[in-house]
Design a protein around this ligand. Structure first.
Ligand SMILES: [Zn+2]
Length: 315
């Protein structure tokens, strides 16, 4: 039997909607900017599904990867994020898409879904215990234990970005708490680290960064400066690597995974082999963890949601 399905990825800036046959995308997905209102968002989703169903009437189910928290059953959004339209978490995709189109709906948090894709078809294929950490604007995570996504009692487990690390001075996170891992080790954290550390140095001693607007320094600037042998850029980058390592050590010690897969925009800033070596030196137990680069691609979230939907509804 073949499964034709619809995969949807709803993020804070972009929405992707695609047709899939047995988990493989057919053609390019529809792409949209995330609109300001939940009504517009729902129109984008239902309008695209209508078009797809006109061509592929055999579609039976939809897999949705979304920013925000999703319940344990995988059928309801229970928490939104700051960059989503107001009231996003009140959209009942299951009710709308089943009553209007007769489709089954599975929803999963995008970081969880991406981890599931890495486990099933990506870098950690065949490994029953693996964690995917998405290092981007924030830090997301998905944890696979004995071949299953760790969901917790309500579905919101694996918020690895909000594990607390001890740093000085303290820094506030987008979640409202202080000293979350993502406040320091995400791409956003990287830029704040760079600004703080540059301000500590007299202007004329800032080397590669001396002519840069301090509020606009990015990880790309630092990496470029580091390549050119700049001492301050090297220090900034090393501090960030140490901060990334802190979180990885905690995850390695707690979950004893076969691998930690790194995805997201910041993966290109990491020397994975070097960090893997340091990680394995720091772990409390003798167990080794492999540090891998994500392989499931830009649509990992959508593909993970479809893999989960196929397991639940597939032929
Ligand atoms: Zn936080």
């Amino acid at each position: 039997m073949t499964n034709t399905s619809i995969g949807i990825d709803i993020g804070g800036t972009k929405i992707y909607i695609a047709v899939l046959k047995d988990g493989d995308m057919i053609g390019d997905p529809f792409k949209f900017s995330t609109p300001d209102t939940k009504e517009e968002l729902l129109n984008i989703v239902t309008g695209s599904i209508e078009k797809i169903l006109a061509k592929y009437p055999e579609v039976k189910f939809v897999g949705i990867a979304t920013a925000g928290a999703v319940n344990k059953e995988g059928d309801k959004i229970i928490g939104s994020t700051g960059n989503m339209p107001d009231g996003y978490n009140t959209i009942d995709f299951k009710e709308v898409l089943s009553s209007r189109f007769g489709l089954d709906v599975l929803i999963e948090n995008d970081a969880n879904a991406a981890a599931y894709a890495e486990y099933k078809i990506g870098a950690a294929k065949g490994q029953q215990n693996t964690i995917t950490v998405t290092l981007g604007t924030g830090i997301g995570g998905g944890i696979i234990i004995d071949g299953h996504l760790l969901k917790g009692k309500t579905g919101v487990a694996a918020e690895v970005g909000h594990m607390q690390i001890s740093e000085n001075p303290k820094r506030k996170c987008t979640c409202g708490a202080y000293d979350c891992w993502e406040a320091y080790a995400s791409g956003t954290g990287y830029a704040i680290n760079a600004k703080e550390m540059t301000l500590e140095v007299p202007a004329k001693e800032r080397g590669f960064l001396k002519d840069k607007n301090i509020d606009e320094i990015t990880s790309f600037d630092i990496i470029e400066g580091k390549k050119q042998g700049d001492a301050l850029c090297k220090q900034i980058h090393e501090r960030w690597e140490n901060l990334v390592l802190k979180g990885l050590i905690a995850l390695g010690n707690i979950f004893d995974p076969e691998s930690i897969v790194i995805s997201g925009g910041m993966v290109d800033c990491i020397d994975l082999r070097k960090l893997e070596e340091r990680l394995n030196k720091e772990l409390a137990a003798a167990s080794k963890v492999r540090l891998l680069r994500a392989q499931a691609g830009n649509y990992a979230g959508m593909l993970g949601a479809i893999l989960l939907a196929e397991e639940k509804f597939g032929a």
